[in-house]
Design a protein around this ligand. Structure first.
Ligand SMILES: NC(=O)c1ccc[n+]([C@@H]2O[C@H](COP(=O)([O-])OP(=O)(O)OC[C@H]3O[C@@H](n4cnc5c(N)ncnc54)[C@H](O)[C@@H]3O)[C@@H](O)[C@H]2O)c1
Length: 354
């Protein structure tokens, strides 16, 4: 029997994956108050959750997970018994140029959040949950063979993945040392609606629309295991309800693509949708100098979550790509808003000028 939580805190709910998770939780737990805490960095956008405004069981709070005082006040007021922690700096390329902010949010922020949980949950740790969302990048790079499994040793290669690995270790350490009831899941690359257009798939869709070059690192031989974001959100819901405390779950779609094949497939599907009469999109593919320390291959063995919790992705790659392209075509305003930062004005209107 899953535990009932009257107040659930979700961090990073104005970001890409967080917005899908918040939406799923608001709909699935009508008896619970869902509190979406987000700092609204460049990656956070309230337009991602605009459809939830006014729902009786939804609340947004703008705050930094590094700000212990504000977290303390929020726990005092709302007494959440479960935390789903997605807030993070998430873009590898940015972490190469600006590592410090990744250490601050991903390591210090995660620790602050756990400190506040322990302070407010005290001795009464039954029916509490700290669910930490992480990435498969903590395991480093695979050669052409083999898969990441729950017991694979950590070997992060970028400042981003190293900061996420540190956070994962700290969550386990807090479990071991203070008894924090935790679960961790590590997921493969996500794609879908509301993804910030600095990441490969939305960046390519945006460039396809504007007939700009589609940049592919090196020879496009790096391999990633792709998952449609709604399938990830459903995996998170399943783990939240049925996952075992102290356990780690790897989430992946058994769906490996070389970058070059993925971008070609994207072009082909874009051309069949044929917006604005565009054709021959593959001609826009341009190879660019590889990123330093670019991991060759990530691939997940999701046997544990499949067999233990019965989760499987529902969306095929072709379907997911078609839905994603169509969403970006239908939401050009969202894209322009994100690119021009106009959503900050939206925020001011919604929350500061009342
Ligand atoms: N995108 C992927 O493919 C992927 C895959 C596996 C795991 N993950 C993990 O999932 C989580 C969400 O990823 P995403 O792609 O949605 O990221 P995102 O960058 O789209 O969103 C991150 C959100 O966190 C918020 N945030 C950042 N710093 C904060 C702070 N100090 N305090 C409060 N809020 C803060 C941002 O405003 C933003 O809304 C991350 O923890 C990431 O490591 C992502």
């Amino acid at each position: 029997m899953p535990t009932h939580h009257s107040n659930i805190l979700i961090t990073g709910g104005a970001g890409f994956i967080g917005s899908h998770v918040v939406r799923l939780f608001v709909h699935n737990f009508p008896e619970s108050q869902i509190i979406n805490l987000d700092k609204l960095t460049y990656a956070g956008n309230l337009a991602n959750v605009a459809d939830l405004e006014g729902k009786p069981n939804y609340l947004f709070v703008q705050a930094d997970i590094c700000d212990a005082q504000t977290l303390d006040a929020l726990f005092e007021r709302w007494k959440p018994t479960a935390v789903v922690h997605l807030a993070a700096e998430s873009h590898v390329d940015r972490s190469i140029h600006e590592p410090n902010v990744f250490l601050q949010t991903n390591i210090i922020g995660t620790t602050q959040l756990m400190n506040v949980c322990l302070k407010h949950w005290g001795e009464n740790l039954s029916n509490k949950l700290f669910y930490h969302i992480s990435t498969d990048e903590v395991y480093g790079s695979l050669g052409p063979e083999g898969y990441f499994r729950e017991e694979t040793p950590y070997a992060p290669q970028s400042p981003y993945s190293a900061s996420k690995a540190a956070a994962d270790h700290l969550v386990r350490a807090f479990g071991n040392t203070y008894g924090l009831p935790f679960i961790i899941s590590n997921c493969s690359n996500n794609y879908g609606p509301y993804q910030f257009p600095e990441k490969l798939i939305p960046l390519c869709i945006n460039n396809l629309v504007h007939r700009r070059p589609l940049p592919v690192y090196g020879k496009g031989e790096n391999i990633r295991d792709w998952l449609y974001v709604e399938d990830h959100a459903e995996a998170i819901l399943t783990i939240f309800q049925h996952g075992r405390l102290g356990h780690t779950y790897l989430i992946g779609g058994r769906n490996e693509w070389r970058n070059i094949d993925l971008v070609r497939r994207l072009c082909q599907i874009y051309d069949t949708i044929n917006p604005f009469g565009h054709r021959d999109s593959e001609k826009l593919i341009t190879f660019v100098k590889d990123r330093p320390g670019h991991d060759l291959r990530y691939a997940i063995d999701p046997t544990k979550i499949e067999q233990e919790l019965g989760w499987k992705p529902r969306t095929t790659m072709d379907d997911g790509l078609r839905r994603t392209i169509q969403w970006y075509l239908d939401n050009q305003k969202w894209l322009q808003g994100v690119v021009s930062c106009a959503y900050r004005d939206y925020y001011r209107q919604m929350y500061e000028e009342r």
